[in-house]
Design a protein around this ligand. Structure first.
Ligand code: LLP
Length: 383
């Protein structure tokens, strides 16, 4: 537990997110080193954590930003990301948001439907610009790997169906204010089995044949994000195995001359550097279980309530004998529970509780349910 500056943390009003900026630096250094071996382009998925301090740190390593709202585009530009390294994805971009992207001259819009392509074209024409476009294609990697046209794709709001590609590509001939730059995929999140990424590569290779036969050239091959992290053992495995991850793409993706491979990594970049810090308000003995009631709730970190997600929980200040506790928040919902039957040293009022691996999709998903205050962010480099 020595990685936390306990004396200082105990003085700070809880709950708050604590960010270990050294770990973030180490993670970013690793990503840079491993991705540079293949000349890969990394765009950080801002949705995972949009704090300016975090964004600025990520930008300082020369990465780009993958945004899913106009406000994320604006936040990225504010943090210093140069506009050519900003991409804007999302199935439902509003006109206002598209204009934010156009006004900032962002590098690329990841487009998910024909109506969206038409609207971007129209707005770009009004702005006197030509927007760069990557088409998000639903690669349906989970189905068996028969020929891509014959596989039945699930109904899914994301991406363009493979059987619509011909129609979409033909559109570019009519639309003068959009330029086809590449193709984009994202197969899911918290993926720990690298086999899925290998399947993605196989599917991308198949699609590349179609583009070649039809004489289209996607310069950008954006394979999305999704690399998982170790929620069970955050201390032992603070940095995901980026080396093995990039190697899968190095081994299996067949590139054409002049193509760039882009990634949109979110969780794997920031999850382990963030911890939700909370204090025990009361310990209540139940019939079969003891409750450690903490001052953080599902409004601060919603992942356990929303996805039944596991986050490791530690008592940082007790040295007592192990017992089991249900660690719950103060919010008036039974789902406001961070963990059931969690083994902790004997826990008492005032103990500092760390809820680990909360740097991704933690603070960004916080809300003010029960009129609670939003959690503060504390950075290790300030203490
Ligand atoms: N690119 C696209 C198109 C995405 O939809 C996402 C995440 C990413 C990149 C980044 O994926 P990552 O590398 O972080 O896996 N709130 C959920 C996660 C939602 C992920 C949505 N898309 C959670 O707390 O687990």
């Amino acid at each position: 537990m020595s990685m936390f500056p306990l004396n200082k943390l105990q003085e700070i009003e809880t709950p708050f997110y604590y960010y270990n900026m050294d770990l973030l630096d180490d993670t970013l250094r690793t990503i840079k080193k491993e991705s540079e071996k293949y000349n890969y382009h990394i765009h950080y998925a801002v949705k995972a954590n949009a704090n300016q301090r975090i964004l600025k740190t990520i930008n300082s390593f020369g990465f780009g930003a993958d945004c899913v709202s106009g406000n994320e585009v604006a936040a990225s530009i504010e943090a210093g990301f140069t506009s050519d390294r900003v991409v804007f994805a999302g199935v439902g971009k509003s006109d206002k948001e598209i204009n934010i992207g156009l006004n900032n001259n962002i590098g690329c819009f990841n487009v998910e439907s024909i109506p969206e392509l038409e609207v971007i074209n129209e707005l770009a024409e009004k702005a006197g610009k030509v927007a760069g476009i990557a088409l998000r294609i639903n690669p349906n990697v989970k189905a068996n790997t028969h020929h891509y046209i014959t596989t039945g794709l699930e109904e899914n709001k994301f991406g363009i169906y493979i059987w619509d590609l011909e129609k979409v590509m033909a559109k570019f001939k009519d639309l003068k204010n959009v330029e086809f730059k590449g193709i984009h995929f994202h197969i899911g999140s918290q993926i720990q089995d690298l086999e899925s990424f290998k399947q993605l590569c196989v599917r991308v290779n198949e699609l590349q044949e179609w583009f070649e036969q039809n004489r289209y050239f996607p310069q950008i091959i954006n394979v999305g994000g999704g690399l998982g992290i170790d929620y069970e053992k955050p201390v032992e495995n603070p940095i995901p195995d980026f080396k093995a991850f990039f190697k899968v793409f190095g081994d299996f993706l067949e590139l054409k001359e002049g193509q760039e491979v882009h990634f949109e990594l979110g969780r794997s970049v920031v999850a382990q550097c963030g911890t939700l810090m909370s204090k025990v308000i009361y310990v209540k003995e139940g019939v079969n279980t003891s409750f450690a009631i903490v001052d953080a709730g599902m409004s601060d970190l919603i992942r356990p309530a929303l996805y039944q997600a596991y986050h490791k929980i530690d008592n940082l200040t007790s040295l007592g004998a192990d017992q089991k506790y249900d660690v719950v928040g103060p919010i008036c919902e039974s789902s406001d529970c961070f963990g059931k039957a969690v083994t902790l040293p004997e826990t008492k009022r005032g103990d500092l509780i760390a809820i680990r691996s909360a740097g991704a999709y933690g603070e960004v998903m916080a809300n003010q349910y029960n009129l609670r205050e939003l959690p503060q962010a504390i950075y290790s480099s300030d203490l």
